[in-house]
Design a protein around this ligand. Structure first.
Ligand code: MG
Length: 223
């Protein structure tokens, strides 16, 4: 059982289900030649996919094109069902940064054949997660910056203000179908700039406040 880490809090929950959102930034949907979604696209990763700071991503041998996707992550503190958009952010315990590692070749093949993305998105080490920052220290999650560097060079830089479906709307939508429980995590989608990673790469992902200061970060290497 993996325990999550929330800054300044000793009694952290075990990780629950991981719900991920696809194509939540228009520029990323366009770079993939995907349509802009009219409703949120959901998929799941298993909790066993999670790794933490300073751990290693292991590239599965069946793929020759594993991509990075830097994303705002949302930790649910208070569970619930049919949560309203107005009260949604009260269910959040913290915000962090994560990497939705994706076997792009396997995903595109699945997409072409109308098959699930589960393997492409849920393999071991596909969900690096940072320490979470308590929600009350963040306030508005739509004014945050996301950044990913590889070997020190900037690869992805985005703002959560560009999300097609903002955090409160995602929580409301998901909770119509899946009951949220303490320890559940949402990956909220990636801005543009996704690309392949290679053996030996060092990935540094950072969540930034509106004024550009670092809130939390994660550093992982590709084995
Ligand atoms: Mg993603």
């Amino acid at each position: 059982m993996k325990l999550l880490s929330i800054r300044g809090i000793s009694d952290c929950p075990a990780i629950g289900k991981i719900i991920c959102i696809g194509q939540n930034y228009a520029k990323h949907a366009r770079e993939m030649n995907f349509d802009i979604p009219k409703a949120p696209i959901f998929f799941l990763k298993p909790p066993s996919a999670v790794i933490f700071n300073h751990e290693q991503i292991v590239l599965p041998s069946i793929s020759s094109d594993v991509h990075h996707e830097v994303e705002l992550t949302v930790l649910i503190g208070t569970g619930g069902k049919n949560i309203s958009r107005e009260t949604a952010l009260q269910h959040v315990a913290g915000y962090g940064v994560g990497l939705d590692m994706t076997m792009r070749d396997i995903q595109l093949e699945a997409k072409k054949n109308g098959l699930p993305w589960t393997l492409a998105k849920g393999f071991d080490t596909s969900a690096p997660l940072s320490e979470f920052v308590p929600a009350q220290m963040i306030g508005d999650p739509s004014l945050l910056g996301l950044e990913l560097t590889i070997g020190g060079s900037l690869r992805q830089s985005g703002s959560t203000s560009d999300m097609i479906f903002p955090v409160a709307s995602l929580i409301a939508s998901i909770s119509q179908y899946m009951t949220f429980e303490t320890g559940d995590v949402i990956f909220t989608g990636t801005p543009e700039g996704v690309a392949q990673v290679h053996h030996g790469d060092k990935l540094d992902a950072c969540l930034k406040s509106a004024d550009g200061s670092a809130l939390t970060s994660i550093s992982v290497t590709v084995a």
